[in-house]
Design a protein around this ligand. Structure first.
Ligand code: ASP
Length: 496
């Protein structure tokens, strides 16, 4: 049944594409979304009586479904995303593709949410809309709508089937969970700053197949659960810490997307960092993304982000704000445990980020004196639902030892050496590969709070790190007796 399905289901939610002035006598009165008929009556070569459209010399079955009350997309809710996913699920076997007509303002959020919710998607779900209503003479709607239908009907028309939630707008086809609204006015309103456009529509529609996700090997599975107790905060220079604390202590809050500076940097004042630390301690997940339009977060590269990492903030890498927010809602919807959700958030789920970070967690420990070598063995490596760690894609491995203090709490120098899987917990293991991971040093001042030591594990040693088996971490102190709260090895892997 699934493979034989033909035709496209158009789902109309509202937005400018179907809007007209509220007062028909006054063309300048505010635009409000009208009924789906307003849109369909202006679609060229559409035969409403027979539910079909003539496209590229053939006809394609075209069915429609409208939101009971079409909305401006500023009014879309998590419930609307769930309704859309449910509607696609209910009609999945009956159509070869889906077109969602949507207001442009929050279209990228809906596209991102659907990408996460529709697991094992094997058919095109194409979102589009327009900057000017379809009823206007100089509208961009017809072009966007017709091309979206053609992409969704690729199987009937002999084109390339895009098994993804995607956005078609003006000339380009973009991955849904990579899309962001870039312009409030331009006809080319959307961009995919960290992933190439995978389709171009000029005289012909060209799809770059190598950029698409592979066809799934299982049936569609819709994951409806979303956590709505989340927030997003754009930090700014001089932001009051009280504001941050107020947001983070909002009753019921489960997670926050923090839109930080540059590669994920934020103020380093003790008040700022304490507010973050308290929230993480309280079980909140804080996902750090960049407020730059493109590029990626690299937590720990600068001092101004190392403190965030040490306090449990996790890296959103190159997620768009839309993907970050919806991924947070989605992951917390599936996984209420904050630590496990944090691990899952760092792994690429639907092509939304260019890398994954697999963490191997080690508990804390202490070293009473120079040369003593306590060994702590890790818990299981996180393996998120079939997303197995692939060592051939390993780009770098980092050791992070966090929450470091001198044992008596006084100021002093902390110097440590780290080893992995020593054959025996010897007193003075040799500082050489493959067991030797590296050495690091920090000055500890009680007023500055706990310290962290991060270093990259070199090639020889990282071959030794496996994403799937159990590891033992040995830490040796070369200076003051000291303790650490936790450690992890972060395996940074190119997403497939
Ligand atoms: N306010 C409209 C909406 O998002 C804008 C648009 O569709 O272009 O519904």
């Amino acid at each position: 049944m699934t493979n034989d399905a033909q035709g496209v289901l158009v789902i109309y939610t509202g937005g400018t594409i179907g809007s007209l002035p509220e007062d028909p006598q006054d063309p300048l009165s505010p635009l409000v979304p009208k009924k789906l008929d307003e849109v369909m009556s202006r679609l060229p070569n559409y035969d409403a009586a027979n539910s079909r459209i003539t496209l590229a010399g053939s006809w394609v079955r075209l069915a429609t479904h409208s939101w009971e009350t079409p909305v401006d997309s500023s009014n879309m809710t998590f419930g609307d995303w769930q309704s859309l996913a449910t509607l696609i699920e209910a009609n999945y076997d009956s159509y070869e593709g889906f077109v969602v007509l949507h207001g442009t303002d929050t279209l990228a959020y809906t596209a991102s949410a659907l990408a996460f919710m529709l697991d094992n998607l094997g058919k095109p779900v194409v979102l589009t809309g327009s900057q000017r209503p379809i009823a206007e003479t100089r509208s961009d709607a017809v072009q966007n709508f017709v091309t979206a239908i053609e992409i969704a009907a690729a199987k009937s028309l002999g084109g390339v089937v895009v098994p993804e939630v995607c956005v078609f707008f003006r000339d380009h086809l973009l991955r849904g969970c990579r899309t962001t609204k870039l312009s409030a006015n331009a006809y080319g309103a959307f961009s995919s700053p960290n992933y190439p456009y995978f389709g171009h529509a000029g005289e012909h529609i060209r799809i770059l197949e190598t950029l698409l996700r592979p066809l799934p090997d299982g049936p569609l599975r819709v994951r409806h659960e979303l956590e709505s107790n989340i927030a997003s905060l754009d930090i700014f220079p001089g932001m009051s810490t009280a504001l941050l604390r107020n947001i983070l202590t909002t009753r019921g809050l489960k997670g926050l997307v923090m839109q930080a500076f540059g590669i994920g940097n934020a103020p380093t004042t003790p008040e700022f960092l304490d507010a973050i630390a308290d929230a993480v301690e309280d079980g909140k997940v804080i996902l750090d993304i960049t407020q730059c339009r493109s590029g990626e977060v690299d937590l720990g590269l600068y001092e101004v982000s190392a403190g965030l990492l040490a306090r449990g903030v996790i890296s959103g890498l190159d997620l768009t704000p839309e993907a970050a927010l919806t991924k947070l809602a989605f992951v917390l919807g599936q996984e209420p445990d904050a630590d496990r959700a944090a691990d899952m958030l760092q792994i690429d789920l639907k092509g939304e980020q260019s890398k994954s970070i697999f963490n191997i967690h080690f508990p804390g420990g202490e070293v009473a004196g120079e040369g003593e070598a306590p060994v702590s063995t890790n818990q299981a490596t996180p393996m998120v639902e079939g997303r197995r760690y692939d060592p051939t894609k390993l780009q770098k491995a980092l050791l992070r030892v966090m929450g470091l203090k001198t044992l008596d709490g006084s100021a002093g120098k902390i110097t440590l050496r780290a080893f992995l899987d020593l054959p025996e917990a010897g007193q003075h293991p040799p500082a050489e590969a493959p067991h030797f991971l590296g050495e690091g040093s920090k000055m500890y001042h009680p007023a500055g709070g706990p310290e962290s030591i991060f270093f990259e594990i070199d090639d020889a040693a990282r071959q030794f790190v496996s994403g799937s088996s159990s590891h033992a971490l040995t830490i040796v102190s070369l200076a003051e007796p000291m303790r650490w709260a936790k450690a992890n090895i972060a395996l940074v892997v190119a997403a497939s």
